[in-house]
Unconditional design. Structure first.
Length: 63
């Protein structure tokens, strides 16, 4: 059951990650250019917020 769930989750992540590239490739490129200008500490902060939000969502759904 676990490996199957992991593959499903990975598939959903890939679909969600692909949406901006499909809908607006030019806008996605601009966003990446802006992200490349940010300092590492800010990007790490954004990453931590995303990870904690994801963990909270999983916790809430599993509870």
């Amino acid at each position: 059951m676990f490996p199957e769930s992991l593959v499903v989750v990975l598939g959903v992540v890939l679909v969600l990650e692909g949406i901006p590239w499909f809908l607006s490739p030019r806008g996605t490129k601009r966003m990446l250019a802006e992200l490349s200008k940010m300092n590492d500490l800010s990007l790490r902060g954004i990453g931590v917020v995303f990870m904690l939000t994801g963990l909270l969502l999983v916790y809430l759904v599993k509870s």
